[in-house]
Design a protein around this ligand. Sequence first.
Ligand SMILES: [Zn+2]
Ligand SMILES: [Zn+2]
Length: 383
Amino acid sequence: MSNPYQYQTRHVTRDAERELRLGEGRISGLCSVALGLLSLLAVLAYLYPAYLTTLELRQLYDAKQLQHVLKYGMYFSLGFGVLTFVLNRGAYRHLGSGGIALTAIAFVLGGHQIPVGAVEPVPLSLGVDWLILAFLGSVAIFVSLEKLLPKYQNQPLLRPEWSIDLFYFCFNHLAISAILIFANYHASHFHWAISADFQATVQSIPILVQVIIIILSADFVLYWEHRAYHEIKALWPVHAVHHSVEHMDWLAGSRGHFIQVFSERAMVMIPLYLLGASEQALNIYVAFAALQAVLIHSNTRLPFGPLKYVLVTPQFHHWHHSSEKPAIDTNYSAHTVLFDRLFGTYHMPDQHWPAQYGTTRRLPRGILAQTCYPITAFKKPTD
Ligand SMILES: [Zn+2]
Ligand SMILES: [Zn+2]
């Protein structure tokens, strides 16, 4: 207590190279490429729905309705492509022509007029639909939030290593079907613990209370799983990949070794499987968990009021990503702060935010090198 930690303020300096400014053609070029790529992926998903869409998600949306979204996505891609040429004197024209070319291929393959029919399910598919919807939803919600209420105003959207994290984002969403198969298979080993009476009791209580029970049960499992990744030496290099991000934003949370991504979902599936809560409660939980996971990494100062003493917030999880001494191995919870409070790992200096993010021993920066890191980390232990 005699020498309290001196918290520093994080300074993010402006980087003109990375900044997106209106009127230069870069924003329209990026929008054109993004929408062109998403349109092409969507067209492929309409052509091969059994292999490129997610069984669980297909029940939640109307594929015919989404063709209207695809139509506007293609038109906007073309519009942004043309705008890039109008605005730009040269530097970003390749983005405009790339976007137009991608959309042209999407049109040639059938565009938004591919007939929608019944889908014969296959055991394993790629979640192209999940990737497209999650990307559009995340950009709409979280990029707006980061622009309206940024924590670090000078941090650009295209901050260092954004493309690495975009790769992880794509992988995690495309692999949704494989993740669910693995998680369900894992949870099925706990069949012996299922009680029909207990599940009937759970289903008889009000939906909102069911949601709270799911949140707390999932949080308990996630807390210990997360803590094990930090405190068991052999597991840390797997989780260190998630901690290697040095710029926090909505995309940063996507970075994670595939072993962690699969194991985390497999572990959290156990309480969900045993509780047997109603479908409505489960859907509310899944939506809550998905939004919270992105929000807590976001570059936002969105005020939470007294809720910050109950829920995991960006400030709380940013501290978890800090490489500063008092924050190391703290704030493991995913949903509420309860278990960190209970088990002595809570770190939340009221008005302070971290000055440094990342790991104390820097990880390799490439995706392949990060994937191999759980092995290579032990080859050079003295680095
Ligand atoms: Zn962690
Ligand atoms: Zn995180």
